[in-house]
Design a protein around this ligand. Structure first.
Ligand code: ADP
Length: 476
């Protein structure tokens, strides 16, 4: 762990192991922190806060810019570590490191563009000045599925805004978190400004993060159930809260779309990170006029996706994070099949050698999905593409909106008016139009409803770490 500018063990002296999900091998061990460690980290951040908040934006920008350079210099090593610890194919790990470093550069630039306003008053002898100030100490909890970029997406803007940070990464991926901290430390982030607490049991840390009065903001990315609980606990102490939670993305192929392009897009998107992404499409709505071409292309594409160790050449789908993840996907697929779904490709876990020591599920295509199936509503987080054929264009948006989530949605159409109508009618925070990657450091990422609160990335993402202070000035 990294607290007050030192690499330290847990106060209790214990550690926990980190394993490679493709092979089951132990690849490292990290301190197993508890409440006292979390409190020490918050204490360090709290002491560092005032001086860090008082540095110039240019100083903070220079440090973030240097961190961007260092992450790029260490690109290959970090990507390799990510594949070994998290499982995603090396190509995808490389793409994530680039995405992660993009946040460092973007917020280095954005740090210098935080401005206030000079405002008129009704009184001729009064002026108003508003300014943007750091919210104070930020507590961050991050997930394992994007174990590097989710850290920079939070710490980039927090540091740019002038906030000190305490961060608890997911228990499956603490080594990636360590690599991100090494980058920030080597870039010159002062002691106490960033603090890392690792723990096998996240609950005591969450309790301290949400209740300690020195923490002014909680930012969390993970499941809706945990996010709801933590946001509630932090809300009870009137802390600011940003939570980026689950999703259940619809992917709509309209009758005028190119079904081959749409299928290629869906296949590429669905198997990214083995489907372990909150913006992964969970329902592929295909108009009946396009169904044959779409499904034929999907069968061919999904059939070609190779599962395996992400370090091996040509592997498109790595392992899932753990056995529970495989069991959940298997349960959803079995439930769908028992209720009449067809399985043209895959449909089962991979347990024979060379998959026997990891957590693998075969790339899967399901057709004939109906409303009563679990997969229709539950987030899957696995390499399963479920297809629903529809006939009524007028009701497909309503079907797409029929979810408690509201993160990402995708539409494929060649008509501008169909696209614009869909963008306006879809109740989601992010909409891809003939585009399977509607994300960037410069664009606001976040959802509505059970998908969370707040936005990350873009100037809005920086605003999440800033408070407005107003001065009313009398000229008398
Ligand atoms: P996922 O399904 O992505 O594993 P989680 O919400 O369980 O989602 O995990 C996301 C992050 O939240 C991880 O860092 C995990 O350790 C943390 N976490 C899980 N449960 C709690 C909790 N009760 N209190 C604080 N953090 C938690």
């Amino acid at each position: 762990m990294y607290i007050a500018g030192e690499w330290v063990g847990a106060i209790g002296g214990t550690t926990f192991d980190v394993t490679n999900p493709a092979t089951g091998e132990v690849i490292g061990s990290v301190p197993d922190g508890g409440s006292a460690d979390a409190e020490a980290a918050i204490g360090a951040a709290s002491e560092a806060q005032e001086a860090w908040g008082a540095t110039t934006a240019a100083t903070r920008a220079d440090i973030l810019y240097r961190a961007w350079q260092l992450m790029n210099e260490r690109h290959d090593d970090i990507a390799h570590l990510m594949t070994t610890e998290q499982g995603k194919p090396l190509k995808a790990a490389r793409a994530e490191v680039t995405y992660a470093s993009d946040f460092l550069r973007f917020f280095a630039e954005e740090a210098t563009r935080v401005m206030g306003q000079w405002m008129p008053s009704k009184r001729s002898d009064q002026r108003f000045l508003s300014m943007r100030v750091p919210v104070g100490v930020v507590a961050a909890i991050t997930p394992w599925n994007y174990p590097v970029s989710m850290l920079t997406r939070k710490m980039g803007p927090a540091l740019a805004a002038g906030c000190a940070v305490v961060l608890k990464p997911a228990e499956a991926t603490p080594l990636c978190a360590r690599a991100v901290f090494e980058v920030l430390i080597d870039a010159g982030v002062p002691a106490g400004v960033v603090n890392l607490v690792t723990a096998a049991d996240p609950r005591p840390i969450g309790e301290v993060f949400t209740s300690d009065p020195r923490v002014k903001k909680l930012t969390f990315t993970g499941s809706t159930a945990v996010g709801r609980q933590l946001a509630g606990a932090a809300g009870a102490h009137l802390k600011r809260v940003s939570v980026e939670l689950g999703g259940h993305a619809p992917f709509i192929v309209f009758p005028d779309a190119d079904p081959i392009q749409a299928a290629k897009g869906a296949a590429a998107l669905k198997f990214l990170n083995a489907g372990q992404a909150c913006i992964s499409p969970n329902r592929l709505y295909v108009h009946e006029s396009q169904a044959e071409a779409f499904i034929t292309t999907m069968i061919e594409r999904v059939g070609r996706v190779k599962a395996g160790n992400g370090l091996d050449e040509g592997v498109g789908v790595g392992p899932l994070v753990d056995e529970a993840a495989v069991a959940k996907v298997e349960h959803q697929v079995d439930d769908a099949v028992s209720k009449g779904a067809a399985v043209p490709v895959g449909g089962h876990r991979l347990s024979e050698a060379p998959f026997d020591r990891g957590h693998f599920f075969a790339p899967t295509l399901l057709t004939g999905i109906t409303d009563d199936m679990l997969i229709r509503r539950e987030e899957t987080f696995g390499p399963v593409a479920p297809v629903l054929v529809y006939d009524d264009v007028d009701t497909v948006i309503d079907q797409a909106n029929d979810t408690n989530y509201g993160l990402a949605a995708y539409v494929y159409t060649r008509s501008l008016s169909t696209a614009i109508n869909a963008i306006e009618a879809l109740d989601f925070g992010i909409i891809g139009v003939n585009d399977v990657n509607p994300t960037s450091a410069s664009a606001p990422f976040g959802g509505v409803n059970d998908s969370g609160l707040g936005r990350e990335g873009s100037a809005e993402g920086l605003g999440e770490y800033l408070e407005t202070k107003l001065a009313g000035i009398s000229l008398r």
